[in-house]
Write a protein of this length. Sequence first.
Lengths: 299, 291
Amino acid sequence: MTTTFASVPTIDQVTVEERAASFTKRSIKTSAKLAGLKMAVSMIDLTTLEGKDTPGRVAYLCRKALQPAEPKYDVPSCAAVCVYPNLVRHARRFLGERSAVKIASVATGFPSGQYPLRTKLEETRRAAGDGAEEIDMVIDRGAFLAGEHRKMFDEIAAVKAACGDSHLKVILETGELVTYDNVRLASQIAMEAGADFIKTSTGKVQPAATMPVTLVMLEAIRDYFFATGLRIGMKPAGGIRTAKQSLAYLVMVKETLGDDWLTPDLFRIGASTLLNDVLMQIAKTADGNYQGADYFSIS
Amino acid sequence: MNALRLDVRKTYKLYIGGNFVRGESGRYLPASSPSGALLDNFCHASRKDLRDAVSAARSACDGWAKKSAYLRGQILYRAAEMLEDRAPAMTEEIARSTGAAPEKARAEVNLAIDRLVYFAGWTDKFAQVFGAVNPVASSHFNFTIPEPTGVVAALAPDEPSLLPLISLAAPAILTGNSAVLVASDKFPLPALTFAEILATSDLPGGVVNILAGKRGELISHLASHNDINAIVNASSAEETHQALQSGTAINLKRYAARKMTAEEWFTDSAENPYWIADTVEFKTAWHPIGL
């Protein structure tokens, strides 16, 4: 297979940061705001990735993802719940065989990725076998930074094969890639290796998702679409905590990739605390009064 | 010295989250002396500034309540020290805003300082005074302790311009609440100057937030805001009282009215320790004991 890693364009840091900042300046009010907030809910991968996660907590998260708010607010379900591999079967048991909410599982030695390929593949197969419809793999940043791009490519391709029918999201962990050029190159490698989605971060490293980094990845997706006709999805994760931020990301997607990407099939937001802030804004818009966290379930 | 020199006039800003901000809307209003002369401009808070102040107060709440009672007392005492230090400037501010005689203004500042010291002393005493060990028939040790309710909004009356603000804020924050204070429409400058004193008194940002402008624009949002736990109203306007009382009846937040004349703020009735109990929640615990 021929690859085009060498021809990946470089990124102008100043311009990409300026442009990313410009997306926060749009004024989105009333009905457009409400529609945007509901769209954001439908794109959330409601996430819990902690050592203390229990089947009970996952069941609670699934409940919340299925029906985030009171019916009177007419809020859609979240796109997915995102959990550790051992909790996938509990999520599947709770959601049933057919559910509006998908199950995503992190895999391949999340969050570091510093594990042998053999166990990474085994982990992926187990998670998919337990019912994960989406696998969020981490790349081996050590290999990438050491210049072993081919190794990274082969690993992603092998995991993709192990996924079977499950969708593959590739986490670049942009907070560890240091430069935008690296982000762009890693995006290109991941897409060519078979990623269905590219994802910014694990949420375990600071900085997690930022708007400039997401913009670089969206542009990579756009150029890949022009070159191949394939639509790759995007998932910023970590650090998106407020309704306002989520609207800014939607604006960025719309103005970079167009309306085609404004669907949970091609854009996701990985978050845990974001959902409540969005719900509070929706309730504010519907009821007219400012909301307090006491009135919303814990996230 | 130089007759051609232009005065540098200050625009009094809102105090939100420990920062002096111009306000989300950028609006401002002129403050005039009783004779009608322009004193200075001050920022005109919008409902979004109120929202920002409430979220700043909410984030400050936890850390403030977790500080030891002793430290909260020390910090309130520090505010008194800073006010003492700036007493001449504050006296001048009150005098030029309200037209009060300098002696009267100075007496108000002195009393404000003393009142801060008075309430500073309550931080490590209110729990003993208002808490209780309750006699129960079962083999339990049963006790009741007061805990801060959370975010308290307080509306100051027009006069006096400084003393009520402090007499409303101190009993609320000494227990670990944070406060959003709405200054008088008529004499906002002393309240906004007081913010500058708080900013240099070790009080963590967001524990006290001070808004000014047209109170009428904020009343309904204060009452309906689900993240405000209690409202203390010392405004003498009956319609304000009505609006707050009916608004808070919907979401069942605590509401306390302080109906006081201007003179009463100078008396002991404004050092009422039961005011502390208006903005706490009482928690009762049943602790099993052996027979």
